[in-house]
Design a protein around this ligand. Structure first.
Ligand SMILES: [Zn+2]
Length: 223
């Protein structure tokens, strides 16, 4: 069977197993309706939240709250259940956060770097959720995306580890293919959820070592 056909078939099965309906009000045929999406709380800066690992990151921008039920359900669907069309509502929330906090200059003056997945995990999932979010931002603000940051180490899911082991698990997980595009530039790392900050911090360490000027991070929610 050709790959396209197999994919269509799998999507068909998946839609039976997980019928599409609004995660909040059950309206059919969409994952979140506009009304429920607009109820997701968007943070107002400055809002301080302690992140365990952030020595190499200048500033971390967090769009919303993972304990908000709707956003948690959407992110989990996006990440764990192979639902790739969720970048639209999630990007919508990030754009709302950017406009509410007047961060558009920050975005357009940066180079976007999505936190990469290891090739094996990418194949398992079929897409990189951070890349899709960065793609939405890049489109809106005409900001370049750099995909030279590679995940060379296949690590255990950070979510399966206790908070102390996460830092150790991620050390030397990333490598930068070449530093031309980031030299002396401001970087904005993009990821979906931040917990301890171990992954973002390790990516920032590599980028700084390679000559990046500032490294900020933008995420959807803090777990
Ligand atoms: Zn709804």
């Amino acid at each position: 069977m050709p790959a396209e056909k197999i994919k269509k078939y799998l999507i068909y099965i998946r839609n039976i197993l997980f019928p599409k309906k609004c995660v909040s009000c059950n309206q059919a045929d969409l994952w979140i309706c506009q009304k429920c999406l607009d109820k997701v709380p968007i943070r107002q800066l400055p809002e301080f939240e302690k992140i365990r690992y952030q020595d190499y990151i200048d500033k971390i921008y967090i769009t919303s709250y993972y304990n908000d039920n709707n956003i948690k359900k959407i992110i989990d669907l996006f990440k764990f259940k192979w639902q790739e069309n969720l970048e639209k509502p999630l990007t919508y929330l990030i754009l709302k956060f950017i406009s509410k906090n007047k961060l558009s200059t920050l975005i357009s003056n940066s180079i976007l770097i999505p936190i990469p997945l290891h090739k094996r995990r990418y194949l398992e999932r079929g897409f990189n959720q951070s890349e899709l979010l960065a793609g939405g931002l890049s489109k809106k603000y005409n900001t370049p995306i750099c995909t030279d940051l590679i995940r060379k180490k296949y690590t255990k899911h950070q979510t399966l580890l206790n908070l102390d082991k996460r830092q150790k698990n991620i050390v030397d997980a990333f490598v930068l293919k070449n530093n031309k595009s980031i030299l002396g530039r401001n970087i904005l790392l993009v990821d979906d959820v931040i917990t301890t900050g171990a992954s973002l911090n390790e990516a920032a360490r590599i980028l700084r070592q390679a000559g990046a000027k500032k490294v900020n991070a933008l995420v959807l929610a803090k777990n």
